[in-house]
Write a protein that binds this ligand. Structure first.
Ligand SMILES: NC(=O)c1ccc[n+]([C@@H]2O[C@H](COP(=O)([O-])OP(=O)(O)OC[C@H]3O[C@@H](n4cnc5c(N)ncnc54)[C@H](OP(=O)(O)O)[C@@H]3O)[C@@H](O)[C@H]2O)c1
Length: 240
């Protein structure tokens, strides 16, 4: 008789946020992961919630052992969680957007020591959209390429990390994308990539209506990353 492997121990960084709350709720529904620490910037109102110990960011160095951290916080909270993963030899899954160039370089350096995945968007639909954008850009030389992204009023960075990632796909195909950002209401996330020339245009659109898609993708990645060789992984590496 074989027993199931031990659940992957997860630290959630940014636990009180919109994404953090979705991660906590969806992790509780899975058998293959267990949340051993939930970390937020401010002091938590309750020390233990539904069996999960909660910590303030200032208490991060004393967090219990974990296999992988999932980080959906803000750029100012990113450096300490990356450093902790390196110190502990733990994996990192991060979706925090608006990182500074030095923070991106720090990710590359950390990948010499730990397995990690940073993605601007954890949805399968956006991964496919990126492929379509690159193909369209390559097939339509000389067409104008514009990316319009819309998000809720609380989102701090603009253009969104996803818009920039789609722009990189367009550039791979030979286009020179321009960006526009809208902040309105409670929009979870919409990305329109438009190719236009005289007399015609093509619009490729992705609409996220529920942030659970991002949380599911991050949990899936987190369940598969620990134990892998150090390096930077892509979402699609962990899907197969
Ligand atoms: N890659 C993707 O698929 C994807 C999808 C959605 C969102 N995102 C990104 O994920 C991030 C979080 O989004 P959200 O909507 O959940 O934001 P949010 O609701 O504002 O939550 C931010 C969280 O980060 C914590 N935090 C802020 N500063 C911190 C610090 N210095 N140290 C530690 N924790 C800190 C906050 O704690 P307090 O509550 O104590 O302030 C809160 O728990 C953003 O960068 C967003 O763009 C990425």
């Amino acid at each position: 008789m074989t027993s199931d492997p031990a659940p992957v121990r997860i630290l959630i960084h940014g636990a009180s946020g919109r994404m953090g709350q979705a991660l906590l709720r969806l992790a509780a529904e899975r058998d293959d992961v267990v949340v051993v620490a939930a970390v937020q910037r401010s002091q938590p109102a309750q020390r233990v919630v539904d069996g999960v110990p909660h910590f303030a960011a200032s208490e991060l160095p004393g967090a219990p052992e974990f296999d992988v951290a999932i980080d959906f916080s803000l750029p100012e909270g990113f450096d300490p969680v990356l450093a902790l993963c390196e110190q502990r030899g733990a994996a990192l899954v991060s979706g925090t957007t608006g990182l500074e160039p030095e923070q991106r370089e720090a990710l590359d350096a950390a990948a010499q020591k730990i397995p990690l995945l940073w993605a601007a968007n954890f949805s399968l639909g956006v991964a496919i959209l990126g492929e379509l954008v690159e193909r369209a850009a390559a097939a339509l030389p000389g067409w104008d390429c514009d990316i319009v992204e819309s998000h809720h009023v609380h989102k701090k960075d603009a253009p969104s990390g996803t818009a920039l990632a789609l722009g990189a796909c367009a550039e791979h195909g030979g286009a020179s994308p321009r960006y526009a950002s809208l902040r309105a209401g409670d929009i979870v996330g919409e990305h329109l990539v438009q190719f236009a020339t005289q007399g015609e245009r093509i619009e490729l659109v992705h609409r996220a209506t529920n942030r659970d898609i991002f949380a599911r993708g991050a949990l899936h990645a987190a369940s598969r990353l620990p134990g892998r060789a150090p390096g930077r992984y892509r979402l699609r590496d962990l899907l197969s």
